[in-house]
Design a protein around this ligand. Structure first.
Ligand code: ADP
Ligand code: MG
Length: 301
């Protein structure tokens, strides 16, 4: 069983971590942040993790792929002129649609109600592929806010990424929904590796209980070859809600808060443990994988 790293020792977290300096990523890391249930903190994880990495000099693109409840732009206090919809309808190029967030973060904003990606024709796919291929050469990491549940869009973006972070809290419904999502990803799409982040806890040790509960059911029903890695827990912290109201990531507004220090620690831990090269992505790999899997999603739903 994977043990949590140091996130349980919130008191010991350094306030001003200096990481990433030495080695800039040679591979593009592509990480989907997903959940079974909505409202568990995905968008806040994406915004703050992205900001933590950007602060360390990494080039980060956040993709808002929550096409139902697109709100990453709102969390970051941005008012984008265009969205992924304009890109997909071939009205705008990627660089026209992308907006710059705090500290150099790049965001590809979404809008609710875009046509299903399955409806893209070959021409549109090729266009999007080329746009993203071209741009991703400047990036170290892509973080995708997938939205919640098991809809086609959520699955599409989740399987396209090389790494998958499932966010849950300690409510039983969040745990069962996380399991339902993992089950589909395993049984329908053959995914085997997942990372679990537990959010919104009053007591950090409860994260361990959530992890054990989820591990127990995945091992029992999906087999022991499924890897579920525990990333740790982000505490319940009112400064997150306050920062949301101010449309800023908590890391920007309250950098010394418990939540901010946890996000920073999470960013550091994650960066120290890249996937093995065979799971990694050269710059073009992600987008090829995305479109390859796209066909799979179409076939299987
Ligand atoms: N760790 C936390 N502590 C306190 N409140 C939180 C925490 N994480 C999220 N929240 C609250 O939950 C709300 C939903 O979070 P959000 O990131 O939008 O979830 P999701 O993207 O999964 O729907 C936020 O607006 C915030 O007020
Ligand atoms: Mg969200």
């Amino acid at each position: 069983m994977n043990r949590p790293s140091v996130l349980n020792r919130w008191d010991e977290m350094p306030q001003k971590p200096l990481f990433f300096e030495a080695a800039r990523a040679k591979l593009l890391r592509v990480i989907a942040v997903t959940s079974g249930k909505g409202g568990v903190g995905k968008s806040n994880v994406v915004a703050n993790l992205g900001l933590a990495w950007a602060r360390q000099g990494l080039k980060v693109l956040l993709i808002d792929a929550d096409l139902g409840l697109a709100n990453l732009d709102i969390l970051l206090g941005l008012t984008p002129k265009f969205t992924i919809k304009d890109l997909l309808s071939l009205q705008k190029t990627l660089s026209e649609v992308m907006v710059e967030g705090p500290e150099g973060l790049k965001i590809l904003p979404a809008s609710s109600g875009i046509p299903e990606l399955a409806e893209l024709d070959d021409h549109q796919r090729l266009f999007l592929l080329n746009e993203l291929d071209h741009y991703s050469e400047n990036l170290d990491v892509v973080l995708i806010d997938t939205g919640a549940g098991i809809s086609r869009n959520v699955l599409f973006f989740t399987i396209a990424a090389v790494e998958r972070i499932v966010v849950a809290n300690n409510e039983p419904t969040s745990i069962t929904d996380a399991y339902a999502l993992i089950k589909i990803l395993v049984t329908k799409y053959g995914e085997k590796r997942f990372k679990l982040l537990v959010n919104g806890l009053s007591r950090p040790q409860d994260g361990d209980l959530v992890y054990r509960a989820l591990l127990r059911v995945t091992e029992k029903f999906l087999g022991r070859e499924i890897s579920l890695e525990y990333l740790g827990a982000i505490p319940h912290d009112e400064s997150i809600a306050k920062a949301v109201l101010k449309q800023q990531p908590v890391l920007a507004l309250f950098p010394k808060s418990l939540a901010s220090r946890s996000f920073t620690q999470l960013a550091r831990d994650l960066w120290k443990t890249p996937p093995p090269p065979e799971f990694g992505s050269t710059v073009k790999f992600f987008w090829r994988r995305l479109f390859h899997h796209h066909l799979k999603v179409e076939e299987m739903t």
